[in-house]
Design a protein around this ligand. Structure first.
Ligand code: NAD
Length: 495
């Protein structure tokens, strides 16, 4: 991705401008500097990409590739990600202002994801079924779903895109990818790498542009067989409605309000360390952020003091400055949302003990920075506790018993992830079993990897990404039944 040139869309194996000629400026959230210009598509461009993906699926050479070949192509893509890791990480940090170190870790993870699904591509050999009918053979095979629309968010632009691209291509689907309109740079670059790998035209398509037009077209178009979306719940609801027109499959990774439950018998220093990471990593712009801390009564004050002392020292700054621990929020609009929740918390009676404002440092005034913030005296009904604010704001609730902690933890509409900290193995397992969440960490936080499924209970999502379940999401299940009898059954009119 050459930042000097306008970023284009990739449709049917060709790099193209939007038909309308429209363009969008991409800014660096650290100082609002313009870093790139990209073409801005609309429905017309999305339709072209969908038509190309449809043709490539229905009649192109792609359907004839073996699972082993598809696996090799993904392994090659992993190799290219590693080769261009520095460039990809640089683009990601420019687009999101997350630290360069963090972006490099993301790129390692992304290479791992392509490699994992590359390895998984040829491992499914179907399943024989014990047919209850004599003289028959019954088996189950998995086939690609078809044309997949894929819509990704801005917080982990390429990581989230890779969770979708890798399994879809491993299973033999064709894709139309739409990154978040403000953070398209690494998705453009990965499409260049896919071109280098040599996917046939129409297999990998990239469209750029706004959600309500380009994204909605992917959700609504009847030539799309599956729509995979990562983003907010409200957008997910729009997409679900739009997708109902042809009953296309939906796969959703939505928000989270993830409880971090610390019992008095937890390993204190470890739990403090991870509580900080859980909420302030990437300025809290993480779907699984541990923005809700539930601390057992007897250690509450000491624990809060320890978290506060370290949170006060978090170094905000520029993505490429090695001393930076935390960057800004993604946009002015998003910072306004976080500020709205902070005001709401004050009105609801929570006590602010840290932050709650923009930093005074003159060097940070052009970015969308917000100070690490802590509220104590939070109660379970407060909106700041129940709703996702997606910022560096920690709420602390004081609990008295295991039952109360579980009840509060489960009380939101979300069910993405949660954590429990205790040296009592039985208690930790009891709580893990009781939490209605797709991922539960015991004595850890925010760990994921390609091999394990990721997704939410309740309104945090539908389906799973990653793991073998993430591949299955992109397959149809076909039962093939064969009659091997030689004698007729004499159904009608035989006598
Ligand atoms: P968003 O819902 O605003 O946008 C996500 C994507 O949807 C973007 O590409 C956007 O252009 C597109 N979009 C917007 N309106 C659309 C419409 N009407 N039809 C089709 N597409 C549309 O979300 P965001 O602000 O980019 O991301 C933050 C949200 O994503 C948070 O809620 C976060 O929790 C969630 N998230 C979840 C996970 C997970 O794994 N569960 C991971 C990352 C982010």
């Amino acid at each position: 991705m050459d930042l000097e040139k306008r970023g284009k869309m990739y449709i049917d194996g060709v790099w193209v401008e939007a038909e309308s000629g429209a363009a969008r400026t991409i800014i660096y959230p650290y100082d609002q500097r313009e870093i790139a210009t990209v073409t801005e598509g609309d429905r017309v461009d999305a339709r072209k990409a969908i038509a190309a993906a449809r043709r490539a699926f229905d009649s192109g050479p792609w359907r004839q590739t073996s699972a082993a070949e598809r696996g090799k192509m993904l392994e090659e893509l992993a190799r290219l990600v590693e080769r261009d890791k520095e460039e990809l990480a640089r683009l990601e940090s420019l687009d999101t202002a997350k630290t360069f170190e963090e972006s490099k870790v993301d790129m390692d993870d992304i290479a791992g994801i392509f490699r994992y699904f590359g390895g998984l591509a040829d491992k499914d050999s179907g399943e024989m079924i014990a047919s209850p009918i004599p003289n028959t053979v019954s088996r189950v095979v998995r086939e690609p779903v078809g044309v997949c629309g894929q819509i990704s968010p801005w917080n982990y632009p390429l990581l989230q895109a890779s969770w979708k691209m890798a399994p879809a291509l491993a299973a033999g689907n064709t894709i139309v990818m739409k990154p978040s309109e403000g953070t398209p740079l690494t998705t453009i670059k990965i499409t260049e790498l896919a071109e280098e790998v040599g996917y046939p035209p129409g297999v990998v398509n990239l469209v750029l542009g706004p959600g309500p037009t380009v994204g909605n077209e992917l959700a609504a178009n009847h030539d799309v067989d599956l729509i995979s979306f990562t983003g907010g719940i409200a957008t997910g609801m729009h997409i679900m409605q739009a997708a109902s027109g042809n009953m296309k499959r939906v796969a959703f990774e939505l928000g989270g309000k993830n409880p971090n439950i610390v019992f008095a018998d937890a390993e204190f220093d470890l739990a403090v360390d991870y509580a900080l990471n859980a909420v302030y990593f990437h300025a809290g712009q993480v779907c699984s952020a541990g923005a809700r801390l539930l601390v057992e009564d007897s250690i509450h004050d000491k624990f809060v003091e320890a978290v506060k002392a370290r949170a006060a020292k978090i170094k905000l700054g520029e993505a490429f400055d090695p001393s930076t621990e935390c960057g800004p929020l993604i946009s002015e609009e998003h910072r306004a949302k976080v500020e709205h929740y902070v005001e709401l918390a004050k009105k609801e009676g929570a006590t602010l003990i840290l932050g709650g404002k923009r930093p005074d440092d003159p060097a940070l005034q052009k970015g969308f920075f917000y100070e690490p913030t802590i509220f104590i005296d939070c109660t379970n009904e407060m909106r700041i506790v129940q709703e996702e604010h997606f910022g560096p704001v920690l709420t602390v609730e004081r609990f008295a018993s295991e039952e109360q902690a579980v009840e509060w933890a489960n009380s939101t509409i979300y069910g993405l992830s949660g954590a429990v900290w205790s040296k009592d193995q039985n208690k930790a397992e009891r709580v893990a079993a009781a939490l209605r969440m797709g991922t539960v960490w015991i004595n850890d936080f925010n760990i994921y990897f390609a091999q394990a499924p990721w997704g939410g209970y309740k309104q945090s999502g539908i389906g799973r990404e990653l793991g073998k379940q993430g591949l299955e999401e992109y397959t149809e299940v076909k039962h093939i039944y064969q009659n091997i009898a030689t004698e007729p059954l004499n159904w009608f009119g035989a006598s």
